[in-house]
Each structure stands twice: as C-alpha cells, then as structure tokens.
Design a protein around this ligand. Structure first.
Ligand code: ADE
Length: 437
C-alpha cells in the first residue's frame, strides 16, 4: 500500500504512477533502449570498472537514490552502476525535452529501475515525476539543475532529515544550491560534482562543444562554414562550443560580461563585442551563460532575416521567447525542433528546441566518453556519501581531490595512455624554497 508523504501538491496521478512503479512513454520501446544503452557503455570504461567493483562490494546497500537527471543512454549506465552497488534507484527527468523514451522503457521494464520520465511532458507532469521520485523518501539525492532539491526544500521539508547527502551535476544547479546554503536553508550536504576537474573540463567543454553543434545540425542541416556564429558566454561550455564552431569554419563572435573571460576569448582569436552589436550581424546565436534574457527584445528587433537562435544553457530562460512571441505574428514548425517566427514586416527568426537545451533536445546530449568521467564522479561521490564521509555541514562541498584524480587515472588507463612520475629529487624540489638561480 503506497501512502503519500506530507507534500501539499501530491495528487492521485502521482499515487497511480508510483503504484505502477513507472511512468514511461511505451515499455515496448525497451529492446531499442537496451541496444542503445549497451552502445554507450562501450565508451564508458571508467564507469564500467566502478560498476564491476560495486557489484562485488555493494557499497550502496540499503540506500534509496532519487536521481533527477537527463534520461539518456549515459544516465542509464550510471543508474545501472548505482543499482549494481546495492542502491534502489528512482529516476526522473531533469528537463521535459531531454528524455530518450526507449532508454526510460529499458530501465523500467528490464532493469527494475523506477523511471518517471516522458519526452515532451508538460510542466505539471514534469513536477509530478519529481514528486514521484521524492515519495521514495531518498537517503541520497542526485540532481542536475537543482529542481529536485528545491522541491524537497519547499514541498517535502519533512523528508530532509532522512537524506544523508546529495550530489549536483551542473553549473546552474551548483549556483542555486550555493544560494540556498548562503541563505542558511540548505538542509543537508551536497557535493558539487560539476566542480570536479574531470567533470567540467571535459563534459562542459568537449561534451557541450560537440553536442551543441550536433543539435544545431540535426535541427537545421545548415552549413556552419562562413556563418557569423554568436556565442553568448565564454565559460567552459561557451569555450567548447566556440572552439568547435571555429573548427567548422564559422566566424565566431563572443559576448561576455566578465572582463577576464572576454580577454581570453579575444586572445583565443574570436571577435568580442556586446550583444547589441552582435545581434545585427549574427547568422546563428547560441546562449551558454546560465543567465536570464541574454537575447532580448531589442536584439530580436535588429536581427537579420532567418537568424537562428538557440540555447545550450541549463534552463530555457536565456532567450526571451515571451518577448519574441509578442513581436511576431505566428509560428510555423519547419522541421523537428525548428520553429519559424515572423515579424509583421516579414522578417523571420528561427528558434531551435523551444529555447531549451538544444544539445539534449535536438540531439542526444554529450557523448558517452565524457559522461564516463562525469558519472564516475557521481558514482564515487554516492559511495562516499554511503560511507558517511561526505561531510557533516549543510553546505556545498567540492568533490575530494582523491576522487577527481582517481577518475583521471582510470580514464588514462582505459585510453592506454601512460604518463611520467615525479622522481624523488623532483618531489623534493617542488616542496622546497631554498634552490633559486
Ligand atoms: N548532460 C549533457 N549530456 C548528457 C548526457 N548524455 N546524459 C546525461 N546528462 C547529460
């Protein structure tokens, strides 16, 4: 008999889906999902080695993990690793458009993982799925963007004491959680997986670089060479995408608010200018800032006919689509994930993936090889939490250096790359101050 916790907005629908143990588009898709998950696993050797160890030692025995992540082939391999470690796992989507339905079907039908995720779910269903995950009374939360943890801290405060600790996958989520901690309201420790070097240096840079381009190409089939590509934000994700767009022959323009990052973009060989100016000359605009209304009304007003705008930041707030809707007469879906909006004077603006993460909505997210390191960090941090070693303060903790280095070593080993070791003499030199010129 499933009983609801004290949540205010718990509905009969949530109860029904929990009783069923899943809410996925179509369990019959599971065979296709199995093949895709297996394909991704072949390029996730670090996670594979952790899974093998977890199978033997069961470090997560007795834990209930509520995971709010993009439901992709790579996430499926993480969920299987956690289950191999003895955890019970409930998975919901961290974005309404990123779920791969066949993956959700595979995990739910063949692997006994409770999945609540349907690609294209509306906001109500999205939050019902988060509620279904929280009704699990998790001992560990695993979040990507901090929606799950925020819901837990608003509707489900009665569950906070039962959570040992959590992890957070992405820059935006870490920023939100630090704000929660600063306000003195974070109820348990969270490990910022995003801040591990083996996460953001590879996932945010090479992962976002490639998958964003992939999403744009799948949605538009446009040639990148020769285009003015405006990259808003030069953090790790922006750097990665700018690098890949440049590699395709684009004239890359970077917009920034941070003076240091702006110099970096300049010295990396890109034009740097304010968005007001870039808006007039861009052919393709990509936002990767984590902030709101980076492309706004005044920018749409001066864009060229057929300018394409899309977002690869976590939330769909970076492009002011409400303003665009008001400025245009109507919308027409030209291709999947590619909507044309027309101004009264006939000028057209093309919006990809409804302003949501274009790499996960129009493509499949980051490639397995980078998610291998991100999710190895997740799995090892879950183990750390289960061992009671995550830290006891209600703050956002970094990933311990030991875990970061272990992930790097395992990755290098899997790639067959050997590196040098410091000699004793070199170690001594690095620890000394006496030897000068
Ligand atoms: N974030 C970006 N790419 C992802 C992927 N392939 N799986 C899960 N989360 C992601």
């Amino acid at each position: 008999m499933v009983k609801a916790t004290a949540a205010k907005k718990f509905s009969g629908k949530v109860l029904a889906m929990i009783q069923k143990g899943r809410d996925v588009r179509d369990p019959a898709l599971s065979k296709d999902g199995e093949m895709r998950v297996d394909w991704a696993a072949r390029d996730m050797p670090v996670l594979e080695s952790i899974t093998a160890r977890f199978k033997r030692s069961k470090p997560l025995d007795g834990h209930r993990i509520a995971a709010c992540l993009h439901v992709t082939t790579e996430t499926a391999n993480l969920a299987l690793a956690l289950a191999a470690g003895g955890a019970r796992v409930r998975l919901c989507a961290s974005n309404p458009l990123s779920t791969q339905d066949e993956v959700a079907a595979f995990l739910a039908k063949q692997k006994g993982i409770e999945v609540y995720a349907i690609r294209g779910e509306n906001r109500t269903v999205y939050y019902d799925h988060l509620r279904a995950a929280l009704e699990f009374k998790p001992t560990i939360t695993m979040d990507d963007g901090a929606d799950l943890v925020t819901l837990l801290h608003t509707e489900y405060t009665n569950l906070i004491d039962g959570v040992v600790a959590g992890t957070e996958e992405t820059t935006t989520g870490v920023i939100r959680l630090r704000a929660l901690a600063k306000a003195g309201k974070l109820g348990y420790p969270i490990i910022a997986v995003n801040d591990a070097l083996t996460k953001h240096m590879f996932d945010n840079r090479y992962g976002t670089g490639q998958s964003t381009l992939d999403g744009i190409l799948r949605a538009t089939n446009l040639l990148i060479a020769g285009k003015n590509v405006v990259v808003a934000g030069y953090g790790w994700c922006g750097r990665g995408f700018a690098m890949r767009a440049h590699g395709h022959g684009a004239h890359v323009i970077v917009t920034e608010v941070d003076p240091i990052k702006a110099i970096e973009a300049h010295m990396d060989g890109f034009k740097v200018m304010p968005m007001d100016k870039a808006a007039k000359i861009g052919d393709l605009f990509v936002t990767l800032t984590g902030d709101i209304n980076v492309i706004d009304k005044q920018h749409f007003a001066v864009m060229k006919d057929n300018a394409v705008v899309c977002n690869s930041g976590h939330f769909d707030v970076e492009i002011n689509l409400k303003a665009l809707k008001k400025m245009t007469k109507g919308a027409r879906e030209i291709r999947p994930n590619c909507v044309e909006r027309t101004m009264p004077n006939g000028r057209r603006i093309i919006v990809l993936a409804e302003g949501r993460l274009v790499n996960l909505s129009a493509a499949e997210g980051h490639a397995p090889s980078v998610m291998d390191m991100s999710f190895a960090n997740q799995a090892l941090c879950a183990e750390l939490i289960a061992k009671g070693r995550a830290g006891s303060e209600k703050i956002v903790y970094p990933v311990p250096e030991k875990i970061d280095t272990e992930v790097a070593k395992l990755k290098l080993k899997s790639l067959g790359i050997a590196i040098d070791k410091l000699t004793e003499e070199q170690q001594e030199y690095l620890a000394s101050y006496e030897i000068g010129t």
